[in-house]
Design a protein around this ligand. Structure first.
Ligand code: KG4
Ligand code: ZN
Length: 347
């Protein structure tokens, strides 16, 4: 398998403009993330504003990443970028920029599925991790339970039937009057509240042994609880977080037993939640699995994870075509070829 030297990766799928430089498969030389605070006043990501902010920041963020290494553009061996899933206008900033850069430097370009990036965040924190293992991507846009049969070969076990778990955190934050994005704010408020003493909320999920998730019922229960009772906001936050964490834990334990896999990796923005980390560590000890949660900086959106996935894809399947289209939705690439090239909307 051919080794890639230095890879510059670009991530612009939602509201973070990110660039990273990776040496080899797991050595992160730079990891720069510019978060867009412009959305806070609207209570959610405004696609048009996200695209404009990416257009402003993509060059400075790439320059900052290169400045943190002692490398220049001429030292790069490949360029990776997220091509899907995400906001179309946002993807259409980073993706064509990456292609143009690769073309002008005459180095390979590789397109990466954002979900695959979240799975590769695990490899950055645990370079010794070898498939097969169970992977859960818990983010603002996705809640997916996946068997990583091999790097770049996946089998989906389940996912959310409605809201993503980060989305549920964000919606509950909004109900509690907390600013967007609300996940970390809910966690902070919950740390001062009572998780079960105050009142029981339904544990998120479709049934005790199901491998699918459901969070919208839990969110609605919070809404009615707020309407009909006069609880402390901290107790509501703690009770919601408790129910969400229990729901996630249950599914991971069910999947661990169903597959027999003894390594379980959890990534995505919600994996930054400390209570979730603590609870999953307890369940790992109880049910005999190794729990892997990436460093905080690789849980939320970043480009280092895109670089890690890109380098692996490049080594296995070669470069992506420069005609690779951005796609708002795309399942995890389970095919063993380069990123699929569908003539949807060309960039
Ligand atoms: O992976 P990510 O950065 O972006 C997506 O791909 O969506 O995840 C962002 C999501 C948001 O919904 C945010 O509220 C949530 O992750 N999040 C958290 C925490 N930090 C971020 N949720 C719960 N607890 C946290 N500490
Ligand atoms: Zn993400």
């Amino acid at each position: 398998m051919k080794e890639c030297g230095l890879c510059l990766a670009i991530e612009t799928s939602c509201d973070e403009t990110a660039a990273a430089v990776l040496a080899g498969r797991t050595c992160v030389r730079a990891n720069v993330v510019s978060s867009q605070y412009v959305h806070a006043r609207y209570g959610g990501v405004v696609p048009e504003l996200a695209a404009r902010a990416h257009a402003q920041m993509v060059v400075p963020v790439c320059r900052a990443a290169l400045d943190q290494t002692d490398a220049g553009f001429a030292d790069l061996d490949c360029i990776a970028a997220t091509f899907a899933p995400g906001l179309m206008g946002a993807l259409l900033v980073g993706l064509p920029f990456a292609k143009a850069l690769a073309r002008s430097l005459d180095v390979p370009f590789v397109g990466v599925n954002h979900l695959e990036g979240h799975l590769f965040a695990l490899r950055l924190s645990f370079p010794d991790l070898t498939p097969p293992f169970l992977g859960a991507v818990l983010s603002g846009g996705h809640t997916e339970l996946i068997v990583v049969e091999d790097w770049c070969r996946y089998h989906r076990l389940g996912g959310t039937l409605d809201d993503a778990c980060g989305e549920a955190f964000d919606k509950v934050a909004k109900l509690l009057g907390l600013p967007y994005p609300g996940g970390a704010r809910v966690e902070e408020l919950a740390s001062r509240g009572r998780p079960t003493v105050a009142f029981p909320l339904p544990v998120a999920g479709a049934g005790p042994d199901a491998l699918d998730f459901s969070f919208s019922g839990l969110k609605t229960a919070v809404r009615y609880r707020l309407r009909d009772h006069d609880d402390e906001p901290a107790d509501i936050a703690a009770s919601f977080q408790h129910a969400a964490v229990e729901g996630i834990g249950r599914r991971l334990v069910a999947a661990r037993h169903r597959t027999g896999l003894t390594a379980v990796g959890v990534s995505g923005g919600v994996a930054a939640n400390r209570r979730l980390r603590e609870r999953l560590a307890e369940l790992a000890a109880e049910h005999g699995f190794r729990l892997l949660v990436p460093k905080m900086c690789y849980c939320t959106d970043n480009a280092a994870m895109i670089a890690a996935a890109g380098v692996e894809r490049l080594a296995r399947f070669g470069p992506s075509p420069l005609s690779l289209a951005a796609r708002a939705r795309a399942p995890l690439q389970t095919e063993t070829g380069p990123a699929v090239d569908l003539p949807v909307i060309s960039s």
